[in-house]
Design a protein around this ligand. Structure first.
Ligand code: KG4
Ligand code: ZN
Length: 447
């Protein structure tokens, strides 16, 4: 179910990343589980693929950005509950995510969201096998709310806890939907803060084929929607997609980003500037909402929306074509490209990428929109996948000491960069802060 929060006044700050504090989930560790878990865990290590029998039940908690989400999922892929509390009203008011405000909003609803997830699943904490929670990447202030809640539950009920990478969760949730989706596969993860092309070789083993050197596509959708005076209550993307259907996609000529860079990286900052200039030259006033615009005004906004969308998605198409080439050289058995993250709920994006994928003899897997945008199911499911191979932390203490420093990873790469994927155009914003998930897992396997 969806909850909506009331608005609180603070200045708007757009998406930022904050530095990680020293960590508790420093590495993904293996440890001897208490008796009630041990047989499940051991058998899963030996026979991972067949273990979809539903004997593991995980609560997933997600608070990395502006949605407070929780879900209960079973290891046979059954989604027992899913609750999302959206901060849409804050987005409308401030035109972006304000970390302090978002933190406050998460804190206000986290208990209720988790309780509803348990109630909807007809469960109590005692019925859970483990708790999974997003520990990065994302906003520190926001991540902390989810991690604190997860650790309280895990500590109070003696449950193992699994720290989850938000982008891995966006990719792996596709395995709930498509049971035949085996490793290796490719994934394009497109959201408000990320634009990532990966080769998933195995669980926790990812090669980063491309990333954004500045903005993500969702950010470009959101800003374009805002400048066009669209209704931001469901975030900018859906409103822009809708308006674009009324426009002529070839009417305004925008150039495709990074044409000269023969890699798989992305850039949307330049396209945003092109859109802003087009909006200014057509004298579109964002203060006049689209609902009150004249017929001509509406048409000219629709033309910009459609033209923007065409180029924004062409950029994805071009990068995917090249990434498929690269990935097939490394793993010729690949059959699927997963497209996930909030922007993957866009029908135009899906249709265009479907063509690219089919042309290359692959199949597209797109989770349904409610599993593309941020949700607790993806966190719970990724928790299940790691739990089944013995990657989790022991239950935290029932009472955590005052001033306890949580392991939060605001900047946390998913995988190692592909050699050909390094961009000369890369900006400092992509500087690594935390060792990648893949390198941590590799290190833990060598111990
Ligand atoms: O994955 P997500 O829920 O949160 C992040 O991790 O960022 O993605 C949110 C982003 C927003 O930028 C939103 O505008 C975009 O996904 N989005 C869409 C659509 N639905 C959501 N963009 C384009 N078309 C859509 N239909
Ligand atoms: Zn996301």
């Amino acid at each position: 179910m969806l909850l909506f929060l009331s608005t609180i006044a603070v200045p708007s700050i757009s998406r930022v990343n904050l530095l990680a504090k020293p960590s508790f989930f420093t590495t993904l560790r293996r440890f001897q589980l208490p008796h009630k878990y041990s047989t499940r865990s051991v058998s899963c290590v030996h026979n991972r693929t067949s273990k979809r029998d539903g004997d593991v039940v995980v609560l997933g908690i997600e608070t990395s950005c502006d949605d407070t989400a929780a879900a209960v999922v079973r290891s046979d892929g059954q989604i027992l509950s899913q609750v999302v509390s959206s901060q849409a009203d804050l987005l409308v008011k401030y035109g972006g995510v304000a970390p302090k405000m978002a933190e406050e909003a998460h804190s206000q609803v986290i208990d209720q969201v988790v309780q509803e997830a348990l109630d909807e699943a007809y469960m109590t904490e005692k019925d859970l096998t483990a708790v999974a929670v997003t520990i990065g990447p994302g906003l520190s202030l926001c991540l902390r709310v989810g991690v604190q809640k997860a650790r309280r539950i895990a500590g109070g009920f003696n449950l193992p806890i699994i720290g989850i990478h938000h982008m891995e969760a966006h990719a792996l949730v596709a395995r709930v939907i498509e049971k035949d989706l085996q490793f290796p596969f490719m994934a394009l993860l497109i959201s408000g803060g990320h634009n990532l092309l990966i080769l998933a070789r195995d669980l926790g083993q990812y090669i980063q084929l491309g990333t954004t050197i500045d903005d993500a596509i969702g950010e470009a959708y959101d800003k374009t929607a805002k400048w066009l005076g669209l209704d931001m209550s469901r975030s900018g993307g859906p409103a822009l997609e809708e308006l674009a259907r009324e426009g002529d996609a070839k009417s305004v000529s925008f150039s495709i980003p990074m044409k000269q860079h023969k890699d798989c990286n992305f850039s949307y900052a330049g396209l945003k500037t092109q859109v802003r200039l087009a909006i200014e030259s057509k004298k579109i006033d964002a203060k006049i909402p689209i609902s009150s615009a004249s017929y001509e005004d509406r048409l000219s906004r629709a033309d910009i929306a459609a033209s923007f969308q065409r180029i924004a998605v062409l950029h994805l198409e071009e990068r995917c074509e090249r990434a498929i080439d690269w990935a097939m050289k490394m793993e010729p058995s690949i059959k699927y490209l997963v497209v996930s993250g909030g922007v993957a709920s866009n029908q135009y994006v899906r249709a265009r990428l479907d063509t690219v994928v089919k042309k290359n003899g692959l199949q597209l897997v797109c989770p349904p929109p409610r599993l593309c945008t941020d949700n607790g199911v993806m966190v719970a499911w990724t928790g299940i996948e790691h739990f089944r191979v013995g990657r989790y932390d022991p239950p935290p203490p029932a009472e955590e000491p005052e001033g306890f420093v949580y392991d939060l990873r605001p900047r946390w790469p998913l995988g190692e960069e592909h050699v050909e994927g390094r961009s000369e155009a890369r900006s400092l914003r992509t500087a690594r802060i935390h060792p990648s998930l893949t390198s941590l897992i590799q290190a833990s396997m060598q111990q």
